[in-house]
Design a protein around this ligand. Structure first.
Ligand SMILES: O=C(O)CCC(=O)C(=O)O
Length: 284
């Protein structure tokens, strides 16, 4: 096991002082999902999707880069072979992720009934998908992990009426840059403002939205641990717009590919900026 993880190059010891395990919920117990979501701010469902379906999506996306990017040309496994083809930056027009989120394969995947059913279990009423669905792709040796943030900072309107389903597209062990949740932070509405008063360190001085890139600092300040797990293809996590989350850098060859599928209550008003397909330069 790696002794130290990094997030945007900032180190955090991978120890029980800083990390704990996400609680698991049985995916077939839909009635438990709502209670867990309110108690924990997240719900981890193991095997919510058929693993093969997830590996197929991973291969379809990574296949757009050509066989050289992946070790042994194995786009299903998707271990980084060391060189990226020359392309626009991730998610910009002309990059495979930009095309992929607009294509039938990805749309078909995000429209699987299981996602809607889960969102409806959380809301306790009908849900509808938000169109903007980001696709993330983290590569070893490159900075770009998610900084500690709350989704509600990025959403105008009734953020509490939105639920996110984070889906790793393939296995995502912790060292590949798994998502991390700051334990109990959804029940601390003053946390974000408090951290800013303490001059939270930032490596993005031009962007006030993330709380910090320094996950160790945030854990030390709040006394809260980061909860995570070794995700397997087919696992998903549902999370609240009010829970602080982040990720670590991809420190092994297994590339981290994931998507964030969001739902709102059917008919509810929502941030109009989220009605278009995702593009990495859309500013949200
Ligand atoms: O995949 C990530 O690293 C970040 C995802 C995220 O922030 C989200 O789903 O809100």
């Amino acid at each position: 096991m790696t002794a130290t993880l990094t997030s945007n190059s900032s180190p955090i010891p991978y120890t029980s002082q800083y990390f704990g395990a996400l609680r698991e919920t049985n995916p077939s117990a839909l009635e438990d999902i709502r209670a867990r979501y309110h108690d924990d701010g997240y719900v981890l469902l193991r095997g919510a999707l058929p693993a093969e379906t997830v590996w197929d999506i991973r291969a379809a996306y990574l296949g757009l880069f050509g066989p050289e990017m992946c070790k042994d040309g194995d786009m299903r496994r998707g271990e980084f072979a060391g060189t990226m083809p020359a392309l626009p930056n991730h998610g910009l027009k002309g990059h495979p992720a930009h095309d992929f989120v607009r294509g039938e394969v990805f749309r078909g995947f995000t429209s699987l009934p299981v996602f809607r059913e889960i969102a409806e279990a959380v809301f306790g009423e009908e849900a509808e998908k938000v169109r903007r669905t980001p696709l993330r792709h983290f590569i070893p040796g490159r900075k770009g992990a998610s900084r500690a943030h709350l989704d509600k900072t990025y959403i105008e309107g009734v953020a509490a009426d939105l639920v996110t389903i984070w889906v790793p597209l393939g296995d995502c062990p912790v060292e590949a840059g798994a998502l991390l949740y700051l334990d109990g932070s959804h029940k601390d509405p003053g946390l974000e403002a408090e951290m800013r008063k303490h001059d939270a360190p930032t490596d993005r001085t031009h962007d006030a939205r993330p709380i910090t890139h320094d996950l160790k600092w945030l854990s030390d300040q709040t006394g809260r641990r980061w909860l995570t797990t070794h995700f397997k293809a087919g696992d998903i996590v549902i999370h609240s717009p009010s829970i602080v989350h982040a990720s670590t850098d991809t420190q092994i060859d297994m590339m981290r590919v994931s998507t964030d599928i969001r739902f709102k209550r059917k008919g509810a008003a929502s941030d109009p900026r989220w009605h278009a397909d995702w593009s990495a330069d859309d500013g949200y």
